[in-house]
Design a protein around this ligand. Structure first.
Ligand code: ZN
Length: 692
């Protein structure tokens, strides 16, 4: 182990480890050009050692626990560990290699043990509890009170306040639950990748499929060693185009059945029993921690606060969206009848007829659009919007070290020229970068010894690369993605809280609001005219294309909303169970769907036996958060729209202050109300999706 850790590190020639001193770069950005792979492990080990020493000092302090010697000391602990973690884990996502991956694997058990050591440190919790119990008498300000309460709740939610026997029980439950989640995931993987594939040997069965899809299927066949055929799998990029374009209806049914029966085939990968156990153990865990149901335990931390509030919210959206989905069914049935098909629309037909409607009603050709969305124009457009809203400006820097040569760096300044932070923009895919788009930071905004620490944020994407004669031209989806991630970046740049625990720290059903609201500006006609200019001629985007962009937002929204809501409601139903009992999951699912009147042409986006978000991942009683955040962002943007000025300065100032800068200072809904003057309404989202 040691050999690998220190490979490339020659103790004879001692060099300075850049993590051990203050960065000497402008704005103290990480000195990427000076960091060697061999610097990480020693910095992590020293970081853990220092963190442990800091915790020991808090615990061993002979003075009575108070805010400064316990809460604040804990809040500010682990500085070196955070410093090296920020660089290492971000690069392991954006610019990794075999060595970084090996270090990550070695670190995984070390870091989780370190986390557990702190979470289970009884003496530390005893001090935090003492401060918590006396907090009202301690003359703390609102922020200090909140930090005390947050830390106390964190420990309590992990069981620190339980009796030794109950702690043992909780540990056992957690172990069982994580094993069951693993089993669920392994079964699902086998059911998705191994237990089904659609092998086509007759060219006739490819009718309707675009050439690119056919080529992809031939490629898949080659990978699987099934020569002379075309193979489609249950992964969405393979299955969805087949459902969209394949004329052969029986084959559409075959592949979709393969998909929605995953985990429910009565074979060794069947997930039903595993899920029944998960649901039961979660109720037990919730009860142990003082909650009626697992949903109550989870949602308690969120903006929504109670499962009843989530249920009520989902029910309202359901009522609005169901008639629209029913209308979509009628529209599709008309096409079937028109074409002389003598059958009733089924779930495996939906994508096929939706695609026909898409072409007939919403003809939006990406290739017509793309020349207006060169990457540099889109970037300047999002900078312009931020400037008009918040007065901030972006100055390109060429003197800051970068972790990869194509990465751009900007200094972000306030309207009065004061330094606000640094922004990294990393656009293109490459080996060593994972897929998707995300926003992260190398330095979170914070305070130390009464001095503000300025944020260093980074946006990472995987956009279409430029070619020798064409700049990077973005699709509409990529354009809104850049605005989205930049919304997260603004949240990070504007954050002002004094304490690590609370600064910018928002619940799961709040986190996507600052990003999603920013997407709204991208599609505003006035904004489009300003930035969407043809990369060759400089001509602004024509009105008919703007109309098409806006119109396409209404496509298939009944289906999209209902399919998603059905899964969200199923998630809540499972986690609102209050009895510790076995569940017949098929009956449970069908009862739940009958209760809300789901139509037979649509099945939930995830059925029970392959609902990985809630049974394999961290979204139990939380699948609703996506549409919750969408309601928030639509409602927040509506404030600007209905004021008649999308750059309304008074609103922008309030939004920045309450929803971004001070976002973690109080409960999410309280902060939102300070901005909006009321709780969010679902109407703006319904309007945006054409559901009202
Ligand atoms: Zn996001």
């Amino acid at each position: 182990m040691g050999l690998l850790l220190f490979s490339g590190f020659n103790p004879e020639k001692k060099r300075d480890n850049p993590f051990f001193t203050e960065y000497k770069t402008p704005f103290q950005v990480p000195p990427f050009d000076k960091i060697d792979t061999a610097d990480y492990m020693p910095a992590f080990m020293e970081g853990i050692r220092q963190h442990n020493a800091e915790i020991d000092a808090i615990v061993g302090n002979p003075a009575q626990p108070d805010f400064a010697n316990t809460i604040l000391a804990y809040d500010k602990s682990g500085k070196l560990l955070t410093k090296v973690s920020k660089v290492f884990y971000n690069l392991n996502e954006a610019e990794t290699n075999k060595q970084l991956q090996a270090i990550a694997r070695q670190l995984s058990p070390v870091m989780s043990k370190h986390g557990d050591d702190i979470a289970l440190n009884e003496k530390l919790f005893a001090r935090i509890k003492l401060v918590y119990e006396k907090r009202k008498a301690m003359k703390l300000d609102d922020q200090q009170l909140r930090v005390v309460e947050k830390y106390f709740r964190d420990f309590e939610r992990q069981g620190a306040n339980l009796s030794p026997e109950k702690k043992d029980k909780l540990r056992k439950l957690n172990e069982d639950l994580s094993m069951l989640a693993l089993t669920f995931g392994e079964n699902l993987l086998a059911e998705t990748n191994e237990n089904f594939k659609l092998v086509i040997t007759d060219k006739k069965d490819l009718e309707g499929l675009p050439q690119g899809v056919v080529d992809g299927a031939a490629e898949t066949a080659k990978e699987k060693g099934i020569t002379g055929s075309w193979v489609f799998t249950l992964s969405k990029p393979s299955m969805i185009p087949f459902l969209q374009y394949a004329k052969n209806r029986e084959l559409r049914e075959q592949i979709y059945r393969g998909y929605f029966m995953r985990g429910n085939n009565g074979n060794k990968n069947d997930n039903k029993e595993t899920i029944s156990k998960i649901v039961k153990l979660r109720v037990e865990k919730a009860k142990l921690l003082g909650f009626d149901s697992y949903a109550a335990y989870i949602v308690d931390e969120n903006m929504a606060k109670t499962p009843a509030k989530v249920d009520d919210f989902l029910a309202k959206l359901w009522t609005a969206a169901l008639p629209v989905a029913k209308k979509e069914v009628v529209e599709m049935q008309k096409i079937i009848d028109r074409e002389g098909g003598k059958f009733k629309l089924q779930p495996w037909d939906w994508w096929y007829y939706a695609e026909i409607i898409h072409k007939e009603k919403y003809s939006l050709d990406e290739n017509e659009l793309k020349p207006y969305f060169s990457l540099s124009n889109v970037r300047d457009g999002m900078f312009l919007v931020a400037n008009k809203l918040y007065g901030i400006s972006f100055t390109k820097r060429t003197d800051l070290p970068v972790f990869q040569k194509d990465v751009e760096t900007y200094e972000v300044k306030e309207a009065d020229g004061r330094h606000l932070g640094v922004l990294y923009l990393d656009y293109y895919p490459r080996d060593g970068k994972r897929g998707g788009a995300w926003c992260t930071d190398f330095q979170a905004s914070g305070w130390e010894n009464g001095k503000k620490i300025d944020p260093i944020v980074s946006v990472t994407c995987n956009f279409t690369k430029p070619t020798a004669d064409t700049p990077s031209l973005l699709s509409w989806d990529e354009t809104t993605t850049l605005f989205h991630e930049f919304g997260h970046a603004l949240h990070g740049l504007f954050t002002e809280g004094k304490y690590t625990r609370t600064a910018g720290n928002v619940p799961q059903d709040y986190v996507e609001m600052p990003s999603q609201i920013n997407e709204n500006w991208a599609g505003e006609p006035k904004v489009l005219k300003a930035y969407a200019k043809h990369y060759k001629t400089g001509a602004p985007i024509p009105d008919d294309l703007i109309a098409k962009i806006q119109n396409s937002a209404l496509f298939n929204q009944g289906f999209e909303t209902i399919e998603y809501l059905a899964a969200s409601i199923l998630d809540m139903d499972y986690h609102e169970i209050t009895d510790v009992k076995d569940v017949d999951v098929l009956k449970f699912e069908s009862d739940a769907m009958n209760k809300i009147g789901l139509i037979s042409e649509i099945i939930p986006r995830y059925r029970t036996t392959y609902f990985a978000h809630i049974f394999g991942g961290g979204y139990a009683a939380g699948y609703y958060v996506y549409i919750w955040a969408a309601v928030l962002d639509a409602d927040a943007f509506d404030a600007f729209k209905s004021s008649g000025d999308i750059y309304n300065q008074a609103l922008a100032a309030k939004f920045r202050k309450y929803c971004l800068a001070e976002s973690g200072d109080d409960e999410g809904m309280t902060q939102y109300r300070k901005f909006r003057g009321q709780e969010p309404s679902i109407d703006p989202l319904l309007k945006r999706r054409g559901l009202k």
